[in-house]
Design a protein around this ligand. Structure first.
Ligand SMILES: N[C@@H](CCC(=O)N[C@@H](CS)C(=O)NCC(=O)O)C(=O)O
Length: 203
């Protein structure tokens, strides 16, 4: 049975998985979820994913949520083309960056981007947004050093580490964050990949 992906086209975490499916040329059945109609909070979807979030992957009755776990599963089941090195240190570095992206970047990022994309200005918490912006800027300064002179976070190839950041980097202009130079060049490199262009959200 084909992989089914429950997703939303504006979801950053769903986009991670969509990009991996495209990069690996895996055929799948897209199942868009009407989140405006709050389908993610209704029993049929909650039976699949008790957290009511996207993405969720289904394959032969096997159900998986959490985008990074899904990416790891796709890498293990479809290792070619590789989106992670097979040797231990390279793979550990990819895991480290995937985790740091979620711990240091996506949480403050959501505090800025969610209101800017989806809420009227009168509902913005501008103090929280300014604090989140400072946190993201500090993290990007660390990423700047981690990139060094390299094109990608780990080795000389696009990996799951870069992929995890990609959907969030899309919104640097909306967040009014001026990235440091290596992060700016990396962002451009990632956002112009065919898989990124194919999955670019409408807003
Ligand atoms: N840690 C989760 C985060 C998933 C997530 O927060 N998805 C958002 C959309 S981008 C969502 O479903 N939000 C709905 C909600 O929390 O009610 C992952 O990596 O998959």
């Amino acid at each position: 049975m084909a992989i089914k992906l429950h997703y939303h086209p504006l979801s950053t975490y769903s986009r991670r998985v969509l990009i991996a499916l495209i990069e690996k040329q895996i055929s799948y059945e897209p199942v868009p979820l009407d989140m405006t109609a709050r389908k993610h909070r209704e029993p049929p979807y909650l039976a699949l994913n008790p957290y009511g979030r996207v993405p969720t992957l289904e394959e032969d009755g096997f159900v998986l949520y959490e985008s990074t776990a899904i990416l790891d599963y796709l890498e293990a089941t479809h290792p070619i083309p590789a989106l992670a090195p097979s040797e231990a240190r390279g793979r550990a570095l990819v895991d480290m960056h995937m985790k740091l992206c979620d711990l240091q970047m996506t949480r403050p990022w959501a505090a800025i981007i969610f209101p800017k994309r989806f809420l009227p200005k009168q509902r913005w918490n501008e103090t929280a947004m300014a604090q989140a912006k400072t946190e993201v800027e500090k993290h990007l300064a660390v990423v700047e050093r981690q990139l060094g002179g390299g094109k990608f976070l780990v080795g000389d190839r696009f990996t799951l580490a870069d992929l995890c950041y990609l959907p969030f980097l899309e919104f640097l202009p909306l967040a009014e964050i001026e990235p440091p130079p290596a992060v700016a060049a990396w962002t451009e490199r990632l956002l112009t990949r065919p898989s990124a262009l194919e999955t670019k959200p409408e807003h």
